[in-house]
Design a protein around this ligand. Structure first.
Ligand code: SAH
Length: 219
């Protein structure tokens, strides 16, 4: 059984990471507080313990990655999380992004299409600490119609297009934060606002690089 320890050294490295995110332009103090309080090294294989607070993505198995902290902070900031927001996340992965949202007191519904990652997350170290995260095995393109509508939706994989079923599951006034493929292989971060039942507006932000959002379930 792995022993999880959050030492002074880890806390110090985390503070440095938060300062770096601030320098890179993250200004939402609630986002920075959440990152400062969550031991990211718990979400990674212990081999990454010493480098867990570098601003980079790491492998988490099944060819997937835990997103770079800057990316997590950037997407979370765009969501403008309020306490109690009902948030749908596509791509549970390591559960780090979901934990940031849960720490900010959102009610998180997270979907993963890889059976192995979904099963692995049943042993998630913070399962009891964050009862406000609900885990689902399924295809994110379908969303969770039984739990809709959502205040916010976040996609943490490279989407080939804006999934219409997800827009349908947003509340009026809600946001969808989504990295969408461009021709050069990068993704453009978009924030879609649902302004009326059949109308959305779109804002464009920076370019990022994500693993692909894939159709259907695996496993
Ligand atoms: N939010 C994660 C990032 C994981 S990387 C974290 O904080 O660690 C993206 C994840 O999206 C991968 O685990 C991948 O399996 C998953 N994914 C890709 N396409 C998906 C889909 N259609 N539905 C649900 N999950 C999907």
């Amino acid at each position: 059984m792995r022993r999880f320890e959050d030492s002074y050294q880890h806390k110090g490295l985390r503070k440095q990471l938060v300062n770096l995110l601030r320098e890179k332009g993250i200004i939402d103090e609630n986002v920075l507080d959440a990152i400062n309080s969550i031991p990211r090294h718990f979400f990674l294989d212990s081999a990454f313990d010493k480098i867990a607070y570098e601003d980079r993505a790491f492998p988490i198995g099944e060819g997937q990655t835990i997103s770079q902290p800057y990316t997590v902070a950037y997407q979370t900031q765009l969501l403008q999380i309020n306490k109690g927001d009902k948030v749908l996340e596509i791509g549970t992965g390591s559960v780090y992004q979901a934990t940031v949202l849960a720490e900010m007191q959102a009610r998180v519904y997270t979907i993963e299409r890889q059976k192995k990652l979904y099963e692995h997350n049943k042993q998630f170290v913070f399962r009891n600490k964050y009862p406000n995260i609900k885990f689902f095995y399924g295809d994110g393109f379908e969303g969770l119609p039984a739990y809709a509508p959502f205040d916010k939706i976040i996609i943490t994989a490279a989407a080939p297009y804006i999934p219409p079923k997800l827009v349908a599951q947003l509340k009026i006034g809600g946001y969808l934060v989504i990295p969408v493929d461009e021709e050069d292989g990068r993704q453009r971060m978009l924030r879609i606002t649902k302004v009326a039942e059949n109308a959305t507006t779109e804002e464009c932000f920076e370019y990022f690089s994500f693993v692909p959002m894939l159709q259907g379930k695996n496993g």
